[in-house]
Design a protein around this ligand. Structure first.
Ligand SMILES: [Zn+2]
Length: 356
């Protein structure tokens, strides 16, 4: 009797047969990788390469409509398009009224497996804040805001390319989606209509797009298991507190991954009294790209430090003031988080057939 019950329960957890697919996110269980699997998974992440390949091209003036914005879009598309996992990259391009007149904005949406119903979403904004001509002479790089989070997402896709490729065939119902928003910053002054141009548009688009194809009562927003937004990352000593109780268990998981990697000696400049993730530290609500999704019922994990970096919205938010150690550590923590959430185990280079 006990055995039969366990088997039935096991079936439910594994295939979700008793739970509608839109509810599976609520009881989703991530795998826990062994120390050996973690070492193997992190063998490919390389901060110097990320810096050279993905961060440097992002550290340019890139507010909507600039040559820098177009170059960054191209870089993101080319990078993801070159990977073996086979990313589907689409554009959400639209015109919106701004205090400076109509402007064209472009979000980029990269989906590992568009046919998968459920998606773990990682998101950032790639635009930089606009400063009018009297400020010129110094270039606003927006290094933490948000060149680093975008580079981290590209590095994750590159470093875990083989793992993600294997995950795609092993788990057809659950995939990874990367969102790169345009127009997060206010063009003039933050208001409900002068900010979050890209995320407001994409949330609306996703809400009006049936998902899976042909569905009559579910849309792309139902497909988002968890919306992880990264912003203002790259300054020393970040502290991520909890804004939403509905997703605090995932912040707790990040805290546990941080501890596991700490004890494995995987983190640099990370003594015992340093802790990035604080699931029991309530922090105030911050207006950011998650808001249009949150307002439509999407579950959000907002990875933004409290307090903000001291260089926030100053010309000192540049490459020189970035903290390499915390970026490298966060790369590792977020990569393990993504693999575990996706139930993906690292690929054994000796035996690629042994993939999950
Ligand atoms: Zn900003």
């Amino acid at each position: 009797m006990y055995v039969v019950f366990a088997l039935v329960l096991g079936m439910c957890i594994r295939c979700g047969s008793a739970v509608p697919w839109t509810q599976q996110k609520l009881t989703h269980r991530a795998v826990t990788l062994t120390a050996e699997e973690i070492r193997s998974a992190l063998a490919h992440t390389d901060l110097d390469q990320m810096w050279r390949r993905d961060l440097t091209p992002l550290l340019v003036t890139r507010y909507p409509g600039t040559a820098g914005s177009l170059a960054v879009q191209q870089h993101i598309k080319t990078t993801l398009g070159s990977l073996e996992a086979g990313w589907n990259v689409t554009e959400d391009s639209f015109e919106s009224h701004t205090p400076y007149g109509p402007l064209t904005f472009t979000n980029l949406i990269a989906t590992l497996d568009p046919s998968a119903k459920r998606r773990l979403v990682l998101a950032c904004h790639y635009d930089s804040k606009y400063y009018p001509p009297q400020w010129h002479g110094r270039e606003f790089q927006g290094a933490t805001d948000s060149a680093v989070p975008c580079a981290m997402m590209l590095e994750l896709a590159r470093a875990l390319d083989q793992e993600l490729k294997a995950q795609k065939s092993a788990h057809p119902d659950l995939t990874l989606q990367l969102l790169f928003f345009d127009g997060e910053e206010a063009m003039f002054q933050w208001t409900a209509t002068d900010s979050l141009y890209g995320s407001r548009h994409l949330a609306q688009q996703m809400e009006s797009t049936p998902h899976p194809t042909g569905a009559t009562d579910t849309n792309l927003l139902h497909g988002i298991d968890l919306f992880v937004l990264m912003d203002l990352i790259g300054a020393p000593g970040p502290r991520f507190g909890s804004q939403f109780s509905s997703t605090s268990r995932w912040l707790t998981r990040l805290q546990h991954i941080e501890r596991r990697l700490h004890f494995m000696g995987q983190l640099v400049d990370h003594p015992s009294d340093v802790q990035y993730f604080w699931p029991y530290l309530p922090v105030g609500f911050v207006q950011d790209d998650h808001v249009p999704f949150l307002n439509r019922g999407v579950r959000v994990l907002h990875l933004i430090p409290t307090p903000f970096p001291s260089v926030w919205h100053t010309f000192d938010d540049n490459e020189e003031n970035l903290d390499r150690s915390s970026i490298q550590n966060l790369n590792k923590i977020v990569q393990i988080f993504a693999l575990e959430y996706l139930n993906a185990r690292p690929v054994d280079p000796q035996n690629p057939q042994n993939a999950p």
